[in-house]
Write a new protein. Sequence first.
Length: 202
Amino acid sequence: MSDAIGTKEKIVMVARSQFARNGYHGTSMDSIVKGTGLSKGAIYWHFKGKKELFTAVLEEEVEKVISYLIPGPGDLDGGAVLFFIRRGELYLDRLWEDNELKLIWLTLFVESQRGGEESGDLSSVAGDLLSRLHETLLPVVMEAFPGLRSGYGDLPIEKIMLLVDIFFDGMVMNLGLRLDIYQAKECWRFVVNQFINFEGER
């Protein structure tokens, strides 16, 4: 069992690197087979095809985002705002240091705009994963920021979270282009501090 798990992890690791460097359409199952040093049979034992592999890469990254933003025991002792600021900054550090991670998200953004049936399938997969991310984080945010449970003005909390998500996506796309890591963190602190203002904290 441990050998099977190790093999699957190796396949995902190689696929992640190739999707990041070459894009979805520029990556073939043959190149992944060559990169892993495994047989085609070993690859297809774990994954039906390229879409399933890309989905596995995205699922792994979504789980990592959740691990960053779900507080553990005592994590909110210093306040919810400070927790989300620090965890967001840590994830920005990871994006800054791990160029392949940033490229994976950029690949997803590009493929969602490319058009065609295959890109539509990828957009659907990504949408499902992001919906799961939002559903996981929603009760956490509502617990951390009780004043947001009723929304902000005419915006329900779900729309507020969507706006924050879109803002973060924009930072990812501009990280290293129009934003350095310090500017990105400054922008993140500004967004989170809007929750502070709404909560009546300073």
